[in-house]
Design a protein around this ligand. Sequence first.
Ligand code: ADP
Ligand code: MG
Length: 327
Amino acid sequence: MILFEEVTKIYDDGRTAAAGLSFEVQKGEFFVLIGPSGCGKTTVLKMINRLIEASGGRIGIDGRPIGGYKPNELRWNIGYVLQQIALFPHMTVAENVAVVPELMKKPREEIDKTVDRLLHQVGLDPDVYRSKRPDELSGGQQQRVGVVRALAADPDILLMDEPFSALDPVTREKLQNDLLELQRTIRKTIVFVTHDMREALKLGDRICLMDGGRIVQIGTPDEIVNRPANDFVREFLGGENAGLPLRGARLSLTAAELCEPLEPDSRLAADGAVTIGADTELGDLLWHLAAEERLLVRSGDVVIGLLERERTLKRIARELAEGGEER
Ligand code: ADP
Ligand code: MG
């Protein structure tokens, strides 16, 4: 269905966002991309619908190189849902959803039917919501409309870039459940980006873990949990506690709080060592520590601290235990 072969992306400024990615997404599969921010997830999505051109390698859809599709052919066959849905504020829900089908010159009657059916499928009563404007909707309802809009042209593929990450946990959980339910009936090929392991395990038929433009592991939730690619991932994401330590943890813990302070020094940052921002949060920090024994913590261009894997793990374990006692 979607095939990546040795795909690379090097941006004009020399940043490598994809360093030789090879994977295949099956028709009807729910494929989750997960990894720390900056690892290249969004770049992968945008290469699929050609918002971004790959620098090398081959990308194919249904056995045809994407370069061989006409731009509209590709766009209409691929729905796209973003974290912040940009609904047109001056248009009703129905008008927002109908934009692409109208561009495709579908008959009015068919469009109206599709809009109502899809609204119903995502749990929005068409009679109530059809004529509402975006500012009358909650964040969760707007994301539901975003999903409907992406599906309105009946694409084969749905790309979703952290669609639920701006929502509160309760709303988020509802939308996850509804998306799973929806997928049971529509069976689209979905590529879904998240940096939340719990979300990935819950939604994905398969999960692709990325770090630094590379694939760390691809597997079913079961394989990821029971046969993780490295010890560090196993320790924090594996076993029956999959993802739970992260949920229970104070996610507000930052690199700055966890590191051994160093005398501020701007030369260290230029040293080629891996540095992360002072406000990097626990989830992302663990990902970096999975790859690096030592990380430098920087504030602006100045290095202010050091994170060593062993010591940091102990520190986090302690914080987790204390957090547990409080509850
Ligand atoms: P993710 O979605 O996983 O957070 P992205 O795909 O957005 O990651 O970015 C991957 C890397 O490419 C990052 O280092 C990011 O800074 C860089 N990057 C993304 N977009 C651009 C761009 N338009 N120009 C230059 N670098 C970019
Ligand atoms: Mg992104």
